[in-house]
Write a protein that binds this ligand. Structure first.
Ligand SMILES: Cc1cc2nc3c(=O)[nH]c(=O)nc-3n(C[C@H](O)[C@H](O)[C@H](O)COP(=O)(O)OP(=O)(O)OC[C@H]3O[C@@H](n4cnc5c(N)ncnc54)[C@H](O)[C@@H]3O)c2cc1C
Length: 401
């Protein structure tokens, strides 16, 4: 019979959300253990994003609890700086991690009032380990698994086919015809990166989308505590009209819902332009409006019947959460899509010591808030005496975002 490792709190995932939760718990004197499938912390940023990526939001929106970015840090952190920040964060708060542990099942046991967690030690040939804890924090990410559409004939495509999470740089793409499928943030940034390096770039943008830029978006974020969403939308669209003109002329139709309302009330997010729009306007990036229908050799056929040859295809078609595969009892905290089922700010706490961090599409500042809420709640239950005069379970808006 395998030995059961007893912990107070098990956290699944050593991304920014799991690290922040562990740090906030340790600041309150609560020990936790983070189980992480990969061999490092912050693996999404370190291994599954491209070299040129920078954070979209200014650094004061992108810090984790108890660790603001220094004044000398760039306003928009490059990926490598953020990776170093996560490493330093884990070290500073002595986050206890077990790497190469993939959680395969977690269920609540009524008899012991504990969460029983089964993890595979991937470094030891898949040996199964058992853990038990009163509290379980799901921090396994919104972006755990790539989503790639099924395209008839793609297996016969002679060039490179990859997902955005495998794209690192445009090396070797100069002069090649590259198709980027998907007009979200990843797709637009990768298209820009490719075109900037001399690839003959096309991007499939099927739906409507809002294009903003970092400066406009940071103004919107700063106004959020003071103005209603509809007014922020109006101001953002006014600024966008000045900066971008009519984006529909270039194949990028704006949705009827305003950009900030869209961010706050739907899973969609505006495209924060890093230079792709200028290249679309100048014709360096071609926008294709129809979905990919099929592939014949190196020719891609689109739904409206057009066909073009390509040397490479990058699918920037999104990610999905995988929580529902391993979380066996969740009382409705996690929805069918593997994301938090309830909307912000009611999303983070379930029954029987179950919590979810970083799963309502609120980015790094969402990880910040969730970690503080969760750590405070667990600490109150473990150390009620220390909270005798504390607040009674109220949530505070920790950041004005
Ligand atoms: C290209 C890109 C750019 C982005 N840019 C920004 C930005 O500028 N600003 C911003 O705020 N947000 C940005 N985001 C969003 C950002 O990804 C999320 O905010 C953030 O990664 C979520 O962190 P997390 O810790 O919740 O999840 P993740 O970083 O995904 O970490 C989850 C961890 O859990 C591990 N895991 C999953 N399942 C298991 C399991 N069963 N067992 C053990 N471990 C498991 C994974 O290996 C992973 O390390 C971007 C996302 C992408 C993809």
């Amino acid at each position: 019979m395998a030995v059961v490792v007893e912990e107070d709190v098990i956290i699944v995932g050593a991304g920014q959300s799991g690290l922040a939760a562990a740090a906030c718990l340790s600041q309150r004197g609560v020990r936790s253990l983070v189980l992480e499938r990969d061999d490092c912390v912050g693996s999404l940023w370190r291994k599954r994003s491209y070299e040129r990526v920078r954070l979209h939001l200014a650094k004061h929106y992108c810090a984790l609890p108890h660790a603001p970015h220094p004044d000398a840090a760039p306003t928009y952190l490059p990926r490598d700086d953020f990776v170093r920040y996560l490493d330093a964060y884990a070290a500073r708060f002595a986050v206890r991690t077990r790497l190469r542990r993939e959680v395969r099942a977690a269920r609540y046991d009524k008899a012991t009032a504990r969460w029983e967690v089964e993890a595979m030690d991937l470094a030891a040939g898949g040996k199964v380990e058992l853990y038990a804890a009163r509290f379980l924090v799901v921090a396994s990410g919104e972006n755990d698994e790539k989503v790639v559409p099924e395209v008839p004939g793609i297996e016969g495509f002679p060039g490179t086919v990859m997902h955005a999470c495998e794209y690192k740089s445009p090396e070797g793409m100069k002069g090649k015809a590259v198709l980027v499928v998907g007009g979200g943030n990843s797709g637009m940034e990768i298209a820009y990166d490719l075109a900037d390096a001399g690839a003959v770039t096309s991007i499939v943008v099927r739906g409507e989308l809002h294009v903003v830029n970092k400066q406009i978006w940071n103004v919107a974020m700063a106004l959020y505590p003071y103005l209603p969403l509809w007014l922020i939308d109006k101001l953002v669209l006014l600024m966008c009209a000045v900066v971008f003109g009519d984006t529909a002329k270039h194949g990028l139709r704006r949705p009827a819902i305003g950009p900030f309302t869209m961010k706050c009330t739907t899973p969609a997010y505006p495209v924060v332009d890093v230079g792709a729009y200028a290249k679309i306007k100048s014709g360096e990036i071609r926008v294709l409006p129809a979905a990919v229908k099929s592939v014949h050799g190196n020719t891609v056929e689109f739904n409206e019947g057009k066909q073009y040859p390509f040397d490479a295809i990058v699918f920037a078609t999104g990610y999905r959460s995988t929580v529902r595969r391993w979380l066996k009892s969740d009382d409705g905290l996690i929805g069918d899509d593997g994301m938090a089922a309830r909307s912000y700010p009611e999303h983070w706490k379930g029954e029987k010591g179950l919590y979810v961090a970083g799963m309502v599409r609120r980015g790094i500042y969402g990880s910040y808030e969730d970690a503080e809420f969760i750590a405070e709640d667990i600490s109150k239950q473990l150390h009620p005496e220390a909270h005798g005069n504390g607040k009674n379970g109220e949530q505070e808006q920790l950041l004005a975002t």
